[in-house]
Design a binder for this molecule. Structure first.
Ligand code: SAM
Length: 262
């Protein structure tokens, strides 16, 4: 019965595109907490919704594919803004002038990168690629990864992504990068496995690490998240890195960490 439910979950319309390692991991965690198969199934679906499906629906992924095709004809900023609006996280950084201003501020500290590693990328590499920045993304959302790879392979933008779970060994792509982006990732990782945020930060091979945190709930409320995450980040600077900058936008808190020399 349990195996049947897991197979159903793995092939369900909503979750078949999610990294199978993640679906199995979440299932096993829920199976450790609940006895009844129906409760395990419900808890696993709820958890998967909260860590990935909530950010971009299947319908939004389909609309994104159409937007991308339209964008390719004239490559306007209006078209780029429409694409970025299909995922909750990039949508929260719109209008595009604000996204441009944010990256202007970040790259004012790090310098314009030649290579970016974007962990739990969502569709953020679309912005980077459209602005001519080479980026490699990782995400458990097959829909987001597929969109990034289509942008690279079909439309010739300098981006690619892999579908992998950052809590599985070997999920971080090899190589050295100028900048690693960990946007709105660390609290999600901690929710999935305590102390995993530090493990992931330590495993990143990049001169600069930029971590961000939401400061409003998905419903837009300000409930003191900025102070909470600032306290967490300042107590969790990974060894070999120093704080190079920190600022807040209307709904997101950014920390820029530099690799120590020597
Ligand atoms: C809040 S969104 C942030 C997306 C992107 N970083 C941005 O800020 O535009 C969180 C992303 O983390 C991904 N995610 C959650 N858990 C993950 C894991 N264990 N490994 C890789 N990606 C994960 C989700 O699929 C989702 O795309």
């Amino acid at each position: 019965m349990r195996d049947d439910l897991l197979s159903k979950l793995l092939s369900s319309k909503k979750y078949r595109e999610v990294c199978p390692d993640t679906v199995r991991r979440i299932w096993n965690e829920c199976a450790g907490k609940y006895k009844k198969p129906g409760d395990v199934d419900r808890a696993a679906r709820e958890a998967l919704h909260g860590i990935t499906a909530a950010f971009m629906t299947g319908e939004e992924a389909l609309q994104l594919a159409r937007d991308m095709q339209a964008w390719h004809c004239d490559k306007t900023d209006i078209g780029l803004e429409r694409m970025l609006g299909r995922h909750a996280s990039t949508r929260e950084r719109l209008p595009l002038s604000e996204t441009d201003a944010l990256y202007g501020r970040l790259f004012g500290i790090t310098g314009r990168p030649r290579s970016v590693l974007d962990l739990a990328c969502g569709i953020n590499p679309l912005y980077l690629g459209a602005r001519g920045i080479h980026a490699v993304g990782v995400d458990i959302s097959g829909g987001a990864v597929e969109a990034v790879n289509r942008f690279g392979q079909v439309y010739g933008m300098p981006v690619r992504a892999v579908c992998a779970d950052l809590l599985s060994p070997g999920a971080i792509p090899g190589g050295a990068y100028d900048v690693a982006l960990l946007f709105k990732l660390l609290p999600l990782l901690e929710r999935q496995r305590a102390a995993s945020a530090m493990d992931v930060m330590r495993a990143v091979n990049a001169k600069w690490l930029v971590a961000s945190f939401p400061t409003r709930t998905l419903g837009g409320r300000n409930v003191g998240m900025a102070a909470h995450y600032a306290g967490w980040m300042e107590g969790h600077i990974p060894p070999g890195r120093s704080l190079a900058g920190c600022f807040e936008t209307d709904n997101e808190l950014f920390y820029i960490l530099k690799q120590d020399i020597g």
